[in-house]
Design a protein around this ligand. Structure first.
Ligand SMILES: NC(=O)c1ccc[n+]([C@@H]2O[C@H](COP(=O)([O-])OP(=O)(O)OC[C@H]3O[C@@H](n4cnc5c(N)ncnc54)[C@H](OP(=O)(O)O)[C@@H]3O)[C@@H](O)[C@H]2O)c1
Length: 266
């Protein structure tokens, strides 16, 4: 029975991973959450599907993560096939370009380090806690949900000068995955960073803070790809990503790809 752990599973893309994967009774799905506060829809889904296991954990706490790995191991037969690290932190001050932080250094420090913690450091804690389970799995895949904001070429072409902390952290997270891919290649473990596209979720909607904000984002994305029409649904994004993950092998391990399996982010 293929087993999957989705980190950050209450809403948006993480929830949709759980939904699509658990619709196949052959999959065992571990939905990792930080709190029950927003887990209503996930609990409802889990109540109707026996192959979903909702586990509360703390990705910033290696001891707690080890306990969670123990729970996954005992439910899932001592192994885990695929880990999807989807949890993230965006941070405030998203509208500021680097030079705007002159005179706001304290703000910069929080804005810089907080996304790095969740999007990079806690990624490493999580992978390390689950690695012994993954080594015993059949699929042996580690997936990091990154973002086009973490791609240098996208930032260059779209002239995106804002979202500094988030962008840096998503690039760094992708680099960490390349390191894991190199380190674990000989053990048959494959690591991939993947972007979900521009997806209609709470996070994406939160960035539309004023009436004209949607058009501003759209015109930025259109500098990169003039054909972008708008956000795609979580359903479409996750279906596409699952197809890329299915094809992940030694030749693509360590890459940072779009949901389309290439460098076309939108
Ligand atoms: N939507 C887009 O257009 C887009 C574009 C590029 C990349 N992404 C990436 O896609 C991923 C998912 O984003 P989304 O759009 O689905 O966002 P979302 O709707 O805001 O959902 C984020 C999920 O992550 C969980 N989460 C956040 N911090 C966590 C933590 N410390 N521990 C456990 N869970 C945590 C949230 O749980 P709570 O309910 O507890 O808050 C929620 O379930 C992120 O990595 C994001 O960077 C999204």
């Amino acid at each position: 029975m293929p087993s999957w752990a989705i980190v950050g599973a209450t809403r948006g893309i993480g929830f949709e991973y759980v939904n699509q994967l658990s619709s196949d009774a052959k999959n065992e799905v571990f939905a990792l959450i930080r709190s029950q506060k927003t887990a209503g829809p996930l609990n409802e889904l889990a109540a109707s599907r026996k192959n979903i296991h909702v586990l509360e954990t703390d990705i910033g706490n290696p001891t707690k993560l080890k306990e969670t790995a123990g729970e996954i191991g005992s439910i899932g037969g001592g192994k885990l096939d695929v880990l999807v690290y989807n949890a993230f932190f965006h941070g405030d001050s998203a509208e500021l370009s680097p030079s705007a932080f002159a005179g706001r250094e304290e703000e910069l420090e929080n804005y810089f380090f907080e996304p790095l913690k969740v999007n990079v450091l806690h990624l490493i804690h999580t992978v390390n806690a689950f690695l012994s389970l993954i080594k015993k799995g059949m699929e042996r895949k580690i997936i990091y949900i990154s973002s086009p904001s973490g791609d240098l070429e996208f930032n260059r072409v779209s002239e995106l000068s804002t979202a500094v902390g988030y962008s840096i952290s998503k690039a760094a997270g992708a680099l960490v995955m390349t390191k894991y891919a190199s380190e674990l290649k000989s053990e048959g473990i494959r690591a991939l960073s993947i972007s979900p596209g521009w997806v209609e979720t709470d996070a994406a909607k939160d960035l539309i803070t004023s009436p004209g904000a949607f058009e501003v984002i759209l015109s930025t994305l259109r500098k990169y790809n003039p054909n972008v029409k708008g956000m795609i649904s979580p359903k479409e994004s996750v279906e596409s990503m699952l197809s890329v993950i299915k094809g992940l092998d030694e030749s693509t391990s360590g890459k940072f790809l779009s949901h389309k399996g290439n460098l076309e982010w939108f």
